[in-house]
Design a protein around this ligand. Structure first.
Ligand code: ATP
Ligand code: MN
Length: 505
């Protein structure tokens, strides 16, 4: 380890005297800007490190270290530093600055860091640096995704994303759920949740071993069978729930769906709790409590970032016609979700509302309301949440025909105990159900849907040995991050989006 003899930058925090105590310190003994800004500035000596946002008048460096969007203003006294050094202080150069903090004379910041030593850690050629110190479009920044974290918008989005992810674990841990890591590579698409990406080591040049009928012989493949990337961890999650009682997964999920929308990714993160001894209503209660919990966590811990994002959204919406703008600001919307219960209605009630709506009578839906049994399109879901109820809605008891085989069959013989949660601006954010725990009902349904029992023998064993009522749901993490940050495109809430035709970085 390389150590240097340096004055301890934190030494006089407690004494407020300019004493210099010498001891061996590591290179990285620095204070983060977020912590620095909490101090009362009165001459303490500190070291900060970060990237230059701007350098004005050869005197004022706005330095950012990613801990907050607020920059520390470094003041470079005229004549104190070499011109050669000053020339290297360019946008996105990385610096180590030691100095003393004092109340700022200028407007706009609480303190200045008066530099006593400046070290350039890494130069940045201003001519070549792809981001200018000005506003760039989100589309442009998507092409510079490797650098976009250095902007205020993405700094805020990804700190909020982090907080939400942390809150997910905190919530389930407090409730005694076991965090289960379900496999990424699976052999079943039992759920039929979406198009799958194949996983294979067979050659692609046409020389792969073939069966007599000409199809690829996956017996010769790496796993001795055909495999794919998981579309959901639910089925494995059920195995966990029927032993631990309550589990959750939180991991990457893959869908090769060729839908280029602002809410679909080919690789996204899903949270899937699964609970034994739990019915559809318990499931809805948990989902609602969970969503409110993680939003509250972000509101309490990321206020500054959320306020920044609220202002950003307001600015962005100024370009839209009045009727396309959100009625509530971002913070008000989140507060509203915290303080109001979600609306709960059945699928059947939803169809009635849609059929009777003026929107339908004026033929304004692109997809016609054909009646009971139809699958709801996202425009229908959005009408219900944004125009009719103006709040999150939990829709339940869908027609069996449009839902997966494992959902519990209701006594009416035509619906299943499914629930979807729809959020304003996003549409479906959660999909869940009570699971069919009765072996005979489950296998009958599988037969109807032509799902081979042999493939799911292990899944059916839970129904053979100590079956219990159980339920669970899947929440798309990026859609949740979209909801909380107000970002309208899902590509802007995941670090490196994978979408049809795009897997850069
Ligand atoms: P949608 O109708 O919006 O495509 P889905 O019915 O396919 O959703 P589920 O299979 O129920 O969704 O998956 C559970 C959750 O995962 C959804 O509620 C959503 O939040 C999220 N999700 C599904 N597909 C995607 C995707 N391609 N990209 C990002 N999130 C997704
Ligand atoms: Mn889908």
């Amino acid at each position: 380890m390389v150590t240097k003899m340096l004055p301890d930058p934190l030494a006089d925090f407690t004494t407020h005297s300019p004493s210099v105590s010498l001891r061996f310190i590591m290179f990285n003994q620095r204070i983060k800007v977020s912590e620095l800004l909490k101090l009362d500035p009165n001459g303490q000596s500190v070291t900060v490190m970060g990237w230059v946002r701007t350098f004005r008048n050869n005197q004022f460096i706005a330095l950012n270290d990613g801990s907050t969007n607020t920059n520390i203003q470094v003041v470079v006294e005229l004549g104190k530093f070499d011109d050669a050094l000053l020339k290297r202080i360019t946008t996105s150069a990385s610096l180590k600055v030691t100095g003393v903090i004092e109340p700022s004379l200028g407007k706009g910041q609480k303190m200045d860091l008066k530099a006593t030593a400046i070290e350039i850690l890494g130069d940045s050629d201003a001519e070549k640096y792809p981001l200018q110190p000005k506003k760039h479009s989100l589309e442009f920044l998507r092409e510079k995704a490797h650098l976009r974290f250095r902007t205020n918008t993405f700094g805020a989005v990804f700190r909020v994303r982090h907080a939400l992810a942390f809150a997910v674990h905190k919530f389930f841990n407090e409730k005694g759920f076991v965090y289960m890591h379900t496999p990424i590579i699976t052999a079943s698409d039992a759920e039929g949740a979406g198009e799958m990406f194949r996983v294979t080591t067979l050659p692609m040049d046409g020389t792969a071993p073939k069966n007599e009928d000409g199809s690829i012989n996956h017996k010769e493949d790496f796993f001795g069978r055909s495999t794919n990337l998981t579309v959901s961890g639910q089925l494995e999650g059920e195995l966990g729930a029927t032993a631990f009682g309550e589990i959750y997964t939180f991991g990457p999920t893959f869908r090769a769906e060729n839908s280029n929308t602002a809410r679909h990714l080919a690789e996204f993160w899903m949270i899937e709790p699964e609970m034994a001894f739990c019915d559809l209503e318990d499931n809805m209660n948990l989902a609602e409590e969970f969503i409110q919990y993680i939003i509250r966590y972000a509101m309490e811990n990321n206020r500054e970032d959320l306020e920044f994002l609220a202002t950003r959204l307001e600015e962005e919406e100024k370009q839209l016609p009045q009727d396309k703008r959100s009625e509530l600001g971002l913070i008000e919307k989140l507060e509203f979700v915290l303080n109001n219960q979600f609306e709960r209605i059945t699928y059947t009630e939803a169809i009635d509302i849609l059929r009777e709506s003026n929107h339908n009578k004026k033929k304004k839906f692109q997809y016609e309301i054909t009646g009971w049994g139809m699958d709801l399109q996202s425009e229908h879901e959005r009408y219900l949440v944004e125009k009719h109820f103006k709040k999150p809605v939990i829709l339940s008891n869908y027609p069996a025909a449009i839902k997966a085989f494992y959902m519990r069959q209701n006594e009416d013989g035509k619906t299943v105990a499914a629930m979807d949660i729809l959020a304003p601006g996003i549409g479906e954010i959660v999909g869940g159900s009570q699971r069919e725990e009765r072996l005979d009902r489950l296998t009958a349904r599988m037969k109807e849907m032509q799902i081979p029992e042999e493939e799911l023998w292990w899944y059916l064993d839970t129904r053979r040995f100590g079956t219990v009522p159980h339920a669970g749901f899947g929440l798309g993490f990026e859609r949740m991050v979209q909801f909380v940050t107000g970002m309208s495109n899902i590509r802007d809430v995941i670090a490196f989006p994978r979408t049809p035709g795009s897997a850069e970085f």
